[in-house]
Design a protein around this ligand. Structure first.
Ligand code: PEP
Ligand code: MG
Length: 915
């Protein structure tokens, strides 16, 4: 029989720490801590599989699982010497979600369950604290009413605030037990009005209601959104943890808190966290009251502090990773409520991995596997320029909750953040505190600033997870979300900032500045990151990482990030520069070869200069240069625009005519000639007009129609190579022909390249300079006929942007309009233009790599589409036997790490096979 309910506590447990799939992260941690004989309030975990069965069974838990839960409840009652619903000695429990992967604050939790009109009296007697007992009860009705019965929170809050007004209480704590009884009466009336039935008094009915609501919360919109963002599968479900309550709000000797064994923002080895005396857990996590730093716990109760430090360092050694823990102190006694591997920022992940190797806690191999490649992104992005910091007015310093610089315009709501981000505005979301419903706005914001909450508040935790800079708990700010203003006193002056004003945050120091600060590039080759990347490179071995770079400046950045060559230089980008586009346009407008060659001759020295810079930057590393690819009309004015300008011309006054001359000057327009130049231009634009330019006259097709273009580009490449090689730089040119569908097209273009190379190299006295001619594989036909293509090609580079477009038959520019429908219906689990479709496009790649190698064993194979910097796609490329990946310069370290991780897992698989 399948087991769905697992007991823990009393120094034993049915499960253990390895069973995260079954018990969820929280359940597994509780089981493991119980086994380690730590003080854990006893309870049981209902397995994640029950969540799926709940949904399959029309939103109800199958009877056999319900029975199993009742049996576990009996054991729990025996262990506690209490019974659920007992009027004298009632068992009170918390009911919490807990999936395999931590999803902070996304699902629901209910505390103090088991309270009703009778049991609250027992709690009153036992605690000898009526205020405490009625506060617990009103909190429970509020949470249950909201989470289980679906009554909006603010309706409860209105009743609570009304009572505060009547009692003239400023703070919640100003309400007496009698006031709270009034609140409870109001709450119960509200529940009856909203649901048609009284608030459930039966404790078992409460438990069933809470359990089912936690299961349901797996599919609430914010949990779904969070899973999408973090690529957590939808079908793994959440577990439900039912645990005996311990109370951190039982007076001044009680407290509740959370912490980390190391700093999760920087990785520094320092005991880290915060707590609140006389409070319940949710008060800390929700960021409603600003908690005290954990160092204060030492003063508050030295014994508890020492015990907590001892337990948590033992847990860190046991799990060999940073622990994120929750605890409660009830009348001076410490209880552990949770431990799990802590989420951390990219900088912290790297530092912790390196430190733990140095502490002999983990191996270098483990260290390399510990950091998610994508997390490196946070180390590779700009920080606030120290000079800019000095020149701007500092408004306040909050908590450095998530590192990095954020510069943007202030917005006060998540929806507005999304709206502004759609208009390509950089925004900083400013809130009193964030709540899980803000997740969509937090995702698009450059940074988050909150005036309340601590280092473990919702904003802090979520931002660290997403790698978004965050300053939290900056209490100097007075945020008025309704009026959409934030005010602060700085330097004795009251400053009011409105929506749309610029603000700059430093998430590493907590500083907040007025205005738009400049930012500074990070240095990937310094300190801990360099050590870490050095280890990754050892494991990566010969598998190369190159960069896509079109101009010398990008090539230099790429080298700094560790690129071992250029995998794609899109030469057309060079033609868009201000000084070149006129020659490019002249070349396109030419109606005969002679005129075209004249324009090309002007472009030749410019291209040569660009290539010279690239070769110099890549001394000793290969440089793949692609011949012209985009359809020519991209270089000309838009057809519709031209038609409008022609239509207005007869009515244009001199001012308008001058404007038109300025616009069309490069096509020979003067005030007098506008009438002839514009229609002529339109004629050529119409000749070039295509219904589907992406599948039209582009790529090698251009070079086939206009061989002189390929010829000029080849000349520029080899003349640059010769010039640089003569200065002692080692040049390795690789000429790449785009959009080839088969061997014949390549043969045609290769002939031109080889002839030019021969002429230029011989003339320079360097006939042996080594170079390659190869092709992009970005059309399915090229992949299918790869064996023949490889007879001509000395290298393949998979252009997976086009290969995805052509294989899926989906335009890469238009797919976003229906992407959401596909993802909602789970037809795609991720964007195929970002994450390689391994099943479809990947099969073509695998086939082409194998066929290519059969024809030409030393064929060099790489990828230069966007997927070349995406970790799961990089790992795929490694597995199918490519030689390198190529990606944008900033993603080079990410690709290096992903490749190292692929190499480590490949080694492990190999070891298993041969063992
Ligand atoms: C590709 O198609 O993957 C590619 C790299 O070329 P482009 O994006 O320039 O079409
Ligand atoms: Mg392409």
């Amino acid at each position: 029989m399948n087991k769905y309910v697992y007991l823990f506590g009393n120094e034993t447990a049915d499960g253990d720490g390895k069973m995260k799939d079954v018990l969820g992260g929280k359940g597994a941690g509780l089981a493991e801590m119980s086994r380690a004989r730590l003080p854990v309030p006893p309870g049981f975990t209902i397995a994640t599989a029950a969540c799926n069965l709940y949904f399959e069974n029309h939103n109800s838990v199958p009877p056999e699982i319900h029975e199993e839960m009742l049996r576990a409840l009996r054991v729990l009652e025996e262990r506690m010497g209490q019974r659920l619903g007992d009027v004298e000695n009632p068992l009170l429990v918390s009911v919490r979600s807990g999936a395999k992967f931590s999803m902070p604050g996304m699902m629901d939790t209910i505390l103090n369950l088991g309270l009703n009109d009778q049991t609250v009296k027992a709690l009153e007697t036992k605690s000898n604290n009526p205020r405490f007992a009625y506060d617990c009860y009103r909190r429970f009705i509020q949470m249950y009413g909201n989470v289980v019965l679906g009554i909006p929170k603010d309706e409860f809050e209105a009743i609570f605030d009304g009572q505060k007004k009547r009692a003239k209480a400023k703070l919640d704590t100003g309400l007496t037990a009698e006031d709270l009884k009034q609140v409870i009466a109001g709450y119960k009336k509200l529940v009856e009005k909203k649901t048609g039935t009284p608030f459930p008094q039966d404790a078992l009915e409460q438990l069933v209601g809470a359990r089912d609501a936690v299961f349901r919360s797996w599919n609430n919109p914010r949990a779904i959104h969070y899973r999408r963002m973090n690529q957590i599968p939808d079908d793994i479900g959440t577990a439900v943890n039912v645990q005996a309550m311990v109370f951190g709000n039982l007076g001044e000797t009680s407290a509740t808190g959370v912490g980390f064994t190391r700093n999760p923002a920087t990785g520094e080895k320092a005991f880290y966290g915060e707590f609140l005396p006389n409070a319940q857990g949710e008060d800390v996590v929700a960021g409603i009251r600003t908690p005290l730093p954990i160092s204060e716990l030492e003063k508050w109760n030295l014994g508890v502090y020492n015990q907590l430090r001892e337990i948590t360092s033992m847990l860190e050694k046991h799990y060999r990773d940073v622990q994120d823990f929750e605890f409660t102190v009830q009348e001076g006694k410490l209880y552990m409520l949770q431990t799990r591997n802590g989420k951390r920022t990219g900088p912290a992940a790297v530092r912790i991995a390196v430190d733990m190797v140095e502490e002999n806690l983990i191996s270098k191999e483990e260290a390399v596997l510990r950091v998610e490649p994508q997390q490196l992104d946070q180390l590779l992005h700009p920080v606030l320029d120290p000079k800019a910091k000095k020149s701007l007015r500092q408004l306040a310093i909050g908590l450095p909750a998530s590192p990095g610089a954020a510069v943007g315009r202030i917005v006060f709501t998540a929806d507005h953040a999304v709206e502004m981000a759609k208009q390509k505005e950089a925004v900083v979301l400013v809130r009193k505190e964030t709540v899980p419903d803000d997740i969509h706005g937090m995702e698009v914001a450059k940074g988050i600033l909150t005036s309340r909450g601590g280092m473990t508040s919702h904003a802090a935790v979520v931002c660290r997870g997403m790698g978004t800079p965050c300053v939290a708990g900056a209490e100097a700010f007075n945020v008025d979300e309704h009026k959409r203003v934030v005010s602060v006193t700085a330097g004795g002056q009251n400053i009011v900032l409105k929506e749309g004003d610029w603000i700059s945050l430093d998430g590493s120091t907590g500083e907040v500045f007025e205005g738009q600060a400049a930012t500074q590039e990070p240095d990937p080759n310094s300190g801990i990151l360099a050590t870490f990347m050095g280890w990754a490179d050892q494991f990566r071995g010969k598998f190369g990482v190159r960069a896509n770079a079109d101009i010398p400046r990008d090539a230099q950045v790429a080298r700094k990030f560790g690129a071992e060559g250029i995998g794609l230089c899109r030469t057309e980008h060079m033609f868009f520069a201000e000084d070149r586009i006129p020659h490019m346009q002249a070349m396109i407008l030419a109606r005969d070869e002679k005129t075209r060659r004249k324009a090309l001759a002007k472009l030749l020295p410019m291209q040569r200069r660009d290539f010279t810079g690239l070769f110099k930057a890549m001394d000793g590393f290969p440089v793949v240069i692609r011949t012209l690819d985009p359809p020519l009309h991209e270089f000309l004015p838009k057809r519709e625009e031209l038609m409008v300008d022609i239509a207005v011309l007869p009515y244009a006054d001199i001012k308008k005519k001058r404007e038109l001359v300025a616009k069309y000057e490069r096509f020979g327009a003067e005030v007098k000639t506008l009438k002839t130049v514009l229609p002529d231009l339109l004629k050529r634009v119409e000749e070039l007009h295509e219904f589907n330019p992406m599948l039209g006259h582009r790529g090698c097709r251009l070079g086939i129609t206009y061989p002189e273009i390929t010829e000029m580009q080849a000349r520029a490449i080899f003349e640059a190579a010769v010039e640089v090689a003569k200065k002692g730089v080692k040049v390795i040119p690789e000429v790449m022909i785009p959009l080839v569908g088969g061997a014949k097209e390549l043969q045609n273009q290769k002939k031109i390249v080889v002839e030019v190379a021969k002429e230029v190299l011989e003339k320079a006295g360097m006939p042996d300079l080594k170079y390659l001619v190869g092709t992009m594989i970005e059309i399915p036909r090229a992949a299918i006929t790869a064996a023949c293509v490889a007879e001509e090609a000395e290298f393949f580079s998979f252009g997976t942007n086009d290969l995805t477009q052509t294989t899926l038959g989906i335009s890469r520019d238009d797919y976003t309009s229906f992407r959401k429908d596909y993802e909602d219906r789970k037809i795609w689990t991720s964007d195929p233009f970002a994450v390689l479709d391994q099943e479809g496009v990947g099969s073509l790649i695998k086939m082409a790599v194998e066929a290519g190698h059969r024809t030409r064993p030393d064929l060099e194979v790489g990828i230069c589409g966007e997927h070349g910097g995406e970790p799961s796609s990089v790992q795929f490329c490694y597995r199918v036997g490519m030689d390198y990946v190529s990606c944008s310069p900033y993603r080079v370290p990410i690709a290096r790490l992903a490749a190292a991780q692929a190499a480590i897992s490949a080694d492990k698989t190999e070891a298993m096979r041969t063992a």
